[in-house]
Design a protein around this ligand. Sequence first.
Ligand code: NDP
Length: 383
Amino acid sequence: MQPDNQRRTFLKGLTFTIGSTVFGVPLLSFCSSETEGNTTQESQTGAANNQNRKLGIALVGLGGYSTHQLAPALQETKNCYLAGIVTGTPSKAETWKAKYNIPDKNIYNYQNFDQIADNKDIDIIYVVLPNAMHAEYTIRAAKAKKHVICEKPMATSVEDAQRMLEACRQNNVQLAIGYRLHFDPFHQRVMELGQKQLFGKVQSIRAHNSFVMGGPGSWRVDRERSGGGPLMDMGIYCVQAACYTLGKTPVAVTAKFGEVTKPDIFKEVEQSISWRMEFENGVVAECNSSYADQEDFLEGKADKGWWRLGPSFGYEGKEGETSQGKMNYPNIFEQARQMDGQAASFRNNTPSIVPGEMGLRDVKILMAIYDSARSGGKRISIS
Ligand code: NDP
């Protein structure tokens, strides 16, 4: 994945207004504006409160996502900046220190991580580790009295997700999930089309998100570290998309695992999985995710129209169309927009649009999908 900030176009001249609220998530609607600049609902709130201090973020785990997306994004953010790093690889610490001018006192490893509690430069800890490590580092971050952004999926079990929320509550810090698509204009338009029923009642949704896994060796195919295969990694975007298209949580799921054609790689996790999410009033989302395919789209059909995003879930190059024509939104630097929004909500103590509770909801859905697939396709209710 290439860091290529030059190709990104920042969203300008758009303002967001808060509409209805579903699952604590404000439905953002767009209106064109003469105003130049990268304003968001949350940064506007910040200005109103006159709290313009940039918050310091420490990235935990300097792998692909931190290196190629989050650190470059933090060079563009207005409400937060890259203040520190936590890494188990000393050579990365040296490289990042030089590249991003990070002082020695803001560099930690996994052993001395808890000392970050004493570091006033760090306001937010962003956990970008393999999935099964999210719980431990989120809880340690909360105990250090820092706000937390935790990457998706929030956890590899419902119990872990609940412990993470509890730790954040007890320590009076906020927890947000690294869901970037809530900040993306194409996906915000889908939320608006679906939740406001602009084309009438939604009838059905389809979402596929897959990529071809190169070979064995990645933590993504090691169950202990990943918690599962493509469903946990890519399929979660389809789960999210179905929920935010409707502004609802499914009532039940059914699922089945796909064929394993690469048994050397997929010894511990599924190679592919397809599932159906049933929502109230008979609306159904058909979804698929695989590590042996290349697919990336989100579709919705409503009584009086349809929409399609494709590419839909990747970082760049999104395109969209509706029954009324091409969707005309710029591709933005999603991670910059996401972290700016999250930093503003931490700073202003306003609810995140992607809170830990949403992460827990999604882990419950993921676990129900696995339960169904393991049982050979039994219908599992979501409680
Ligand atoms: P990588 O494998 O590229 O990086 C993970 C990093 O975690 C490693 O480089 C290492 O950093 C650290 N680490 C610590 N312990 C271990 C361990 N036991 N095994 C492997 N790595 C370890 O993963 P990604 O950056 O792609 O993914 C990290 C998280 O981010 C995942 O939860 C993933 O789902 C999420 N993600 C989210 C995306 C999004 O669009 N929101 C996109 C991509 C990933 P160090 O050497 O510094 O210790």
